[in-house]
Ligand binder design. Structure first.
Ligand code: FEO
Length: 182
């Protein structure tokens, strides 16, 4: 079982992860519009990752016998100045998500909620990878600056990012992850 306070906090995190998916979907749409198909692919793969993150929280709340309560998802921005602008905003958003995961972990520790601590460890590790990925791409974009050839090369590289996470959650997270090899 989990406390009412933990249930509320986990439901809030479902919303943050859904907003993350929405934000990266908006960035993907913007990149497609700009003809940056590789960047669009990267952000669409990221969208799927965020849906997985949201669904893992959703399932965990239910497995604990608690109630899922969904809230409205905030509208994401539609316009972005440049790929660097998008990745700078992505990193800032991921740092916000990292802080929210840390807050959840602090709550789980304060409540001596061992199950939630174990569950949240996956997200603690995941956030390190997310921030690292963003930092790597920001470094490349700063190196490229306004060089169109460099931007096209990075676009081709990002086109290769494959979605190796589940996209069908109808049979539960664990079977979906096993089926996708994630
Ligand atoms: Fe779900 Fe990008 O953190």
């Amino acid at each position: 079982m989990i406390s009412d306070k933990m249930t509320r906090a986990l439901n809030e995190q479902v919303n943050r992860e859904m907003y993350s998916a929405y934000l990266y979907m908006a960035m993907s749409a913007h990149c497609s519009q700009e003809g940056l198909k590789g960047f669009a692919n990267w952000f669409m793969v990221q969208y799927h990752e965020e849906m997985l993150h949201a669904m893992k929280f959703y399932e965990y709340i239910q497995r604990q016998g608690a109630r899922v309560k969904l809230a409205a998802i905030k509208e994401p921005p539609a316009e972005f100045e440049s790929p660097l602008d998008m990745f700078t905003k992505t990193l800032a958003h991921e740092q916000f998500i990292t802080r929210s995961i840390n807050d959840l972990m602090e709550l789980a520790i304060a409540e001596k909620d061992h199950a939630s601590q174990i569950f949240l460890e996956w997200y603690v590790t995941e956030q390190v990878e997310e921030e690292e990925n963003d930092n790597d791409i920001i470094a490349q974009l700063k190196f490229i600056k306004d060089n169109p050839q460099g931007l096209m090369m990075l676009d081709r590289e990002l086109a290769g990012r494959a979605a190796n996470m589940p996209t069908d959650f109808s049979k539960g997270i664990e079977s979906a992850m096993a089926a996708s090899g994630a």
